[in-house]
Design a protein around this ligand. Structure first.
Ligand code: 6PG
Length: 259
């Protein structure tokens, strides 16, 4: 996994999904604090799906108890389904209900992905321009998030970067939108160039059904890794945190890789 030797990687296994979410909540709150302290703001890209729900609830609870600089955070999304934002399947809608409605972040600092736009290609290009306008560039000139939060599917996809799709090899566009054959639906997604430009990427994976993909992406064998798109995650000069629960780590060979 983690295709760049300049990536500093930490793999952390927690006994339960709750434990993994609490670990990631601590990590995220530390990154938020440090980013605001050092640069006056924090730019985040949030994951969708079901895994982060418990994390977002934990962050919302902490926002009540702790004085964190959420008002200095700017939120984007790693990917989105082709549904309206008030649809039960919307990643933005889920993050809004569980986290964004519970932290004091101004509305103009939250940027939902328009994955249900009639012209998806134009909408993806517009979202890329929004990224470039709002997220300061890193050393390679690309928008540099302080943290990109990712989940992973049982097939090893991250964001909406699914196995065998051309978008896995995208090196120019930062945002892509396309029909996903595995789903029979359209999706909009960040691509690897902007994911791997981040200061930190957090990959949060829980559940027995992810055990094969976790074992594959953490494998020493390049052929095993190549089957899973998550193997393309490797923030160049950045930190990668892989937080998994015991059921998801069950088949992984983690000799000396874990913290
Ligand atoms: C989405 C996500 C996607 C998700 C994985 C894992 O839109 O579904 O962005 O990449 O992280 O599919 O999903 P679960 O967390 O539901 O297992």
């Amino acid at each position: 996994m983690m295709s760049d030797e300049r990536t500093s990687r930490q793999v952390v296994i927690k006994p339960s999904a709750d434990g993994a979410c609490k670990y990631v909540a601590d990590l995220l709150c530390g990154i938020l604090r440090d980013a605001v302290e050092q640069r006056g703001a924090c730019w985040l890209a949030l994951a969708g799906g079901t895994t982060p729900r418990s994390l977002y609830r934990t962050l919302a609870d902490r926002a009540l108890a702790e004085d964190l600089p959420w008002s200095r955070a700017e939120f984007f999304f790693t990917d989105e389904r082709d549904v309206p934002h008030d649809d039960v399947d919307s990643n933005y809608g889920m993050a809004q209900r569980l986290l964004l409605d519970h932290v004091p972040v101004p509305g103009h600092q939250v940027h939902p992905m328009p994955a249900d736009a009639p012209d998806l290609a134009a909408a993806a290009a517009e979202y890329e321009q929004t990224l470039r306008r709002h997220v300061p560039p890193g050393p390679n000139g690309l928008p540099q998030f302080d943290v990109v939060l990712l989940g992973m599917g049982a097939d090893g996809h991250v964001a909406s970067l699914f196995p065998d799709l051309n978008v896995l090899n995208e090196r120019e566009r930062l945002v892509a939108a396309d029909f996903i054959p595995q789903l029979g639906r359209n999706r909009m997604t960040l691509t690897f160039p902007v994911i791997n430009a981040a200061r930190n990427v957090i990959l949060l994976v829980t559940g027995e059904d992810k055990a094969d993909a976790v074992a594959g992406v953490l494998s020493d064998d390049a052929l095993s890794r190549r089957r899973f798109p998550a193997s393309g995650v490797g923030p160049v000069g950045g930190g990668l945190y892989v937080a998994v629960d015991a059921p998801a780590a069950r088949k992984a060979n983690l000799r000396g890789q874990t913290a």
